[in-house]
Design a protein around this ligand. Sequence first.
Ligand code: ATP
Ligand code: MG
Length: 796
Amino acid sequence: MEVEGAGTRGDVDSLPRGGFRCRLCHVTVANKPSLDDHLRGKKHQRLENLRSVRQSQELRSVFVSGFHKGTTALELSNYFQTYGKVLNVVMDKDKGVYAIVELQDEEILQKVLSQPQHSLGGQKLRVKPREKKDFRYTPPRKQGAARREQLSPEKLAQNLCQVDDVDAQMSLVVQLFEFSETERRLRDLVVKLFQEVFSEFFPESAILPFGSSVNGFSISGCDLDLFLDLEKTKSFQASARVAGKPQAEEEASPEMESRSEDSILTDIDLVTATVPEVLELVATVLQKCVPGVHHVQVVSTARRPVVKFCHKESGLRGDISINNKLALCNTRFLQFCTEADERVRPLVYAVRYWAKQQALAGNPFGGGPLFNNYALTLLVLFFLQTRSPPVLPTVAQLKDLSDDGELTLVDGWDCTFPKDPASLKPSGNPESRCSLLAEFFHVFESCSFAGCAISLGEGRSLPLSDFLLSEAGRKFKVGPINLQDPFELSHNVAANVNEKTALLFQRCCHNAAKYCRSLQYQHKSSKGKIWGLVRLFQPGGPQAAERLVISLPWTPASQSLCSHEQLPQSRDFHQLWFQRVRAGVSFVLEHVLKCSCSEKPQGPGEEWEAAGSDQEEEQLRTKADQWSVGSKRSLDMEEGGASPPAKKPRADTSLPTTESVIWSCTVWHRVWLGRRRVRRRFCSPEPDPKQTVDPLELEAKVSEAISQQDGETRPVDPLFRFTVCARTQDGGSGEQDTHVSLSFAPVPEQGAVFQDFFHFLQGFLPQMVERYLTTKSSGLHTPEGNPSQGITFELR
Ligand code: ATP
Ligand code: MG
């Protein structure tokens, strides 16, 4: 409620329980005496003054465009001086294509406006009164609050592990990802800026945000989807044209006349122009007239053509479309669903992030064969419609719930649903967020996508063959996943998803559903291990450990290992090669990267148990079962030392021949960070060609230096631990494999930091081991000359 007679032009709202809020200053106070203090106070007085100054400036200023690029403020000032005193000229900051000219009083302004034509330097000027806008005070940004720090997977995992249960984890995901208040305000300001500029060029137009900025599923930093509604501009243009004709002159308002003449619209007829033509115009306005906008690009080939842009100051990327009213409607629908049941948001956020981590969603540059966020959201909404009892009503039910006469037709589609979610009866479904998420995976792991069309309208899967015979079905683009838009019934929202993604989606749902049945999902770990969503959110999912493999191929450097009698195909060679690679890996991890490594002794037939592994790594263990056969022994891992060959497999000759070894490793420092910089310190700018630097020793020095930067050579707590199993095996055909594969398993709770390390190792380790084989493997033939000479060695 607005407070009357406060002398502040309705700036004050009264709040429940006796409080007040001053909208001008963004200040909330507890009671009337405090409000009076505030209204008498310096801040309020200053802002009131500022507002009246701005408003009077507005009334005396004109908006000028159409001048030559490079025209100066002084030239404009000189021109307008002929009508009276000019107080100020403000050019748009980075483009110089429009200017606000502030005149001394309104009388001069009227003189300027009554002049039918203005020109400067041979160029016709467009001169209009300024748009009237509300004065808005933007509080100064609090330090650090302007932009939320990017949330690293590591931090996310830490935060999630601390709460008590999966329901709390799901709420926390929403909190951590959604916009901060500052980001929301920043977006509002950018939208306002666009609105101001577009109103100048397209009178009566409206810029309307849609998509994740406003649909209840915001993610900090997500794109800004804008719809430029030109409907009213079209009518404006039509009336202005009529007004321009002499016989209709008396019907047009003077304001319309002056604006129509000045407008950019004289160059185009919005009713007959094609979408790309209008978008080109929009792009021109964006590029030339909106301060801070760059990288403007028209994409007219998309299903919904857009103009893409970046906004420098806010760092926002976005696009503007002009024929996407249905998106405004489905945006409202998604928002409606978030308000209808509080479980919707946590569930959608969790599924979206999971899908992104599994590389199921996140199409590069918007196009591609993966799910987009809209499609994923609809899948979740559909799932919620199909629970028993349902969490959400179907779209058909919502239509029935709308008041009579509320029919909303958009582009010929019935988009009717109630405006107010509060009109719905609460769902009688008692399922928790945690169990709904598990059920989501369970439902979709076995869904037969190919034979059906998923209908949110009816809240069920329609048999595809029947659906395709319907009117909407005839235009429907069938794909591996057929997800009908809730309103545009002939549109398959998942039409871009290819067979591979559809299969991967089901496989990932299967893995996730399996994991969700484990105690690790359902209960907080009492031992500080990762649990709940954290494991689900690991890149590649719960089975990710399987993919942490680095393969070391047989390379020409390895040829130096074999004497003439030991041919590469021979078993002896194979064993010798494995031993050398094994020594090399150990050398690189321990000596070059300063990790602590110990070889894991294993009993015969003992499983390979990755550090911290558990039942969910079944598959990994099954393999480890095989690998571990015959690998129990203590090995002399001294540099170049000729270790005894790994034992052959025991009696069971059907098993492939394996050589294997397992190490437990501890990493103390982030030795993968900033290596290039540190390396530069050790390399003299003009190397002495006679003095060669052994790259292995150089890299060891780099690791040492990075460790020392941290202060302690061995901190009390290690950074993380992992287990690595090196193995080689033949495929049973008797032919030896030409790879040693290194399978890594991090201690799960340190998965995120391990990912960085592993990524680094993928490039570093193979190069270093090869270097080791050519230079350090004792008793081997080395390539002619000094192997470290003349070889370019490039590392990150
Ligand atoms: P984010 O930008 O975070 O990925 P979003 O919901 O904004 O999420 P966009 O791809 O930017 O997704 O799409 C913006 C909006 O356009 C969506 O919210 C939806 O309203 C509409 N939209 C996107 N893809 C489709 C589609 N395939 N069919 C119909 N409408 C769509
Ligand atoms: Mg978006």
